[in-house]
Design a protein around this ligand. Structure first.
Ligand code: FES
Ligand SMILES: [Fe+2]
Length: 419
């Protein structure tokens, strides 16, 4: 049920029709406040959002907050060990309840008049209120929460799309990586002056990698694309893939993709989540500056040479995992021209900083890549905000995934705002 008026809805549908296939988005998509609010409604308050990692809340009562454009969500481990998500809004007069971004509670006590809720969101105490109020009707408003192999997803939709297929796809791929047995080595938060779609658009192509990510392309094959590589490169990609396939088969694991940037998303088949493993460049066993292992092996790995595992889920999550560490990225829109981005570096739960790994070796590869990307996105935001900007053509060789992302986006919006 949309909150747009009939004329706004008509205007929006008209705007959505202005995108030409295989071109970028027109300026309004990065500029129009009504459109931004419509995206919040159709995508961000409907879809499944990655919120954080299970090890951030290991014990009952441990919580962290996830702020999703106006809604503060408490992600808490309940007494039964399951993850719950509640709106951080008191059922009395609406004060936020948790003020600290993370912590551990026995009960949730509202700071205003001390209404008190248990860790499953039930109202326990409302001192000073008259008899006869039905406490069972005054529990915290809940959101949906699911935990898959150490990854916590939430949805603010009252009837979210089925999450089971997501779990079926990413669960088995993630299991050998041992994400559920990981621990946080570092969390870093960034405020990037860029619309959230630009951050995805940049993520979905490696056309920019050769010049902008000199260290990234030493480790990865993403800047080669299956359909435009010269025979010599194609042979090399085939060779590394065959070698990794053979290796993983002997380790009892699957390799699901050739080297290079895999196709994602697939709006024609409703695919907004995916997981695949892909080879690293010869001599690299980890996405680190020199390709060497920098922390103990994660999960079930007995051998560092397992390529890299990638998981992604629209609209807000991707993770790159090497044999020894994993880096999760969470996007959250923060106004039309700003995105809050959280990066979470994970290592094996038994790894100790200083003894088993050093942040100086663990962080630079992805930190550098990320900072290069955030700068690119901010540059693009400045450009597309200009009245002179008009969408240009996309490379069918190198930006096919960007086109897929934009088609997914238009489709999501149209499905929700269908007249
Ligand atoms: S607003 Fe929370 S107790 Fe009054
Ligand atoms: Fe990049």
């Amino acid at each position: 049920m949309t909150t747009l008026s009939a004329s706004e809805s008509a205007e929006l549908n008209h705007l959505l029709d202005t995108r030409q296939p295989n071109y970028g988005l027109p300026r309004q998509f990065y500029h129009d406040e009504m459109l931004y609010q419509a995206e919040m409604e159709a995508i961000w308050r409907q879809d499944w959002l990655f919120a954080g990692h299970s090890c951030q809340i290991p014990q009952p009562g441990d919580y962290f907050l996830y702020e999703v454009e106006g809604d503060s969500i408490i992600i808490v481990r309940g007494d039964d060990g399951k993850v719950n998500a509640f709106y951080n809004v008191c059922r009395h007069r609406g004060s936020v309840i948790c003020q600290e971004p993370q912590g551990s509670v026995r009960r949730f006590i509202c700071p205003y008049h001390q209404w008190t809720y248990d860790r499953n969101g039930r109202l326990l105490l409302q001192r000073g209120m008259q008899e006869g109020l039905d406490k069972s009707q005054l529990g915290l408003h809940a959101a949906q929460a699911r935990e898959v192999e150490g990854m916590i997803f939430i949805s603010l939709a009252s009837e979210p799309v089925n999450f089971d297929p997501v779990e079926a796809v990413i669960g088995p791929e993630a299991r050998p990586q041992g994400l559920a047995r990981g621990r946080v080595a570092k969390i870093m938060d960034f405020e990037v002056e860029s619309n959230w779609k630009l951050v995805w658009e940049n993520n979905r192509e490696c056309y920019h990698c050769n010049v902008n990510h000199p260290q990234y392309i030493k480790a990865n094959f993403d800047h080669y694309n299956v359909d435009d590589t010269i025979p010599r490169v194609a042979e090399r990609l085939k060779a590394v893939t065959t070698r990794l396939e053979f290796k993983l088969t002997t380790l009892g694991m699957s390799v699901r993709d050739e080297a290079g940037l895999t196709e994602f998303p697939d709006p024609d088949h409703g695919i907004w989540y995916a997981a695949n493993r892909t080879p690293l460049v010869e001599g690299y066993v980890s996405e680190t500056m020199d390709g060497r292992q920098v922390a103990p092996l994660m999960g079930d790995y007995k051998d560092p040479d397992v390529g890299t595992l990638r998981i992604r889920s629209l609209p807000n999550f991707w993770i790159h995992a090497s044999c020894d560490h994993s880096v999760a990225v969470r996007l959250t829109p923060h106004g039309i021209a700003r995105t809050s981005i959280r990066m979470i570096w994970l290592v094996d739960s038994k790894a100790e900083e200083g003894r088993d790994y050093d942040l100086e070796k663990l962080l630079p590869f992805w930190l550098l890549t990320a900072e290069q990307d955030w700068q690119i996105c901010a540059n693009q935001q400045r450009g597309v905000s200009s009245r002179a900007y008009t969408p240009g053509p996309l490379s069918t060789y190198k930006e096919y995934n960007l086109d897929r992302f934009l088609r997914w986006y238009i489709q999501e919006m149209k499905a929700y705002f269908a007249p």
